[in-house]
Design a protein around this ligand. Sequence first.
Ligand code: ADP
Length: 264
Amino acid sequence: MTDQAIQPILRQVSRRKFLRQSGSLAGAASLLVLVAPRPVRGARVDSSQVGVIILLGPPGAGKSEQGRRLTERHSIPVISTGDLLRDHVKRGTQFGLQADPYMKAGKLVPDALMNPILEERLSQPDCERGFILDGYPRALAQAESLDSMLKKKGLSWHVILLEVPTERLLRLLAGRRVCPHCHRSYNIHFQPPKNEGRCDDDGTQLVQRPDDKEEVIQRRLETYQNETQPAIDYYSAQGRLIRIDGAQTPEKVAAEIEAKLGVQ
Ligand code: ADP
């Protein structure tokens, strides 16, 4: 995305109070919620005790990249609600047909569709030991219903907030390319694949998501500010928020997450 293309979007987003919390262009924030049995303070994280890890954040902030790394490190599956929904859309299920217009518009899919899809996935055996959630909760009501679900399971949770400057976020979104086969994300500006246009893992031709088009990006950022910010405030009020600079390299972000988890 060019500077000329970014500036009008920045002005729009800023006008609509997207940045009202920070009062600066560095206000876009990404939230990573880690739900787990509480490790002993000062101890390194024990992989067998990671439990449930939830990744949230503004679109394009690197949730899926960090999810991929956490999955490898802790050997628990990553469940991306965006991927689950896209899979339903691709298969043309009833859920998918109903969710599709919301996704295309950059709006949240209603809980009546989202929650059953997620619950079905989380009930599968590979989630028994724990899992990583990427993209859920994304609104206060989802955070509250997740709380009760996890309490029933006897789990506690940690929250990590990735903060990313808005301008970088716009570049990240416009430059994002994904592998339609394994869902790995790349960025043509910041994290290009080794072979142009091809997935490093399986060589599949990378694609741009339809909702990464410029006209939808602004709506998605507004949705994040309006719907997800209350969930961030909710976790903050619980004293669970760990702030991480999400504009660092993915390696540094991952290392900081791991380090901060280790002292929680
Ligand atoms: P990103 O985080 O990059 O915006 P995702 O792949 O997480 O993208 O989500 C893509 C779309 O799927 C969202 O714009 C929204 O329409 C829908 N979606 C994903 N997760 C949720 C959720 N927890 N609740 C409602 N809708 C969701």
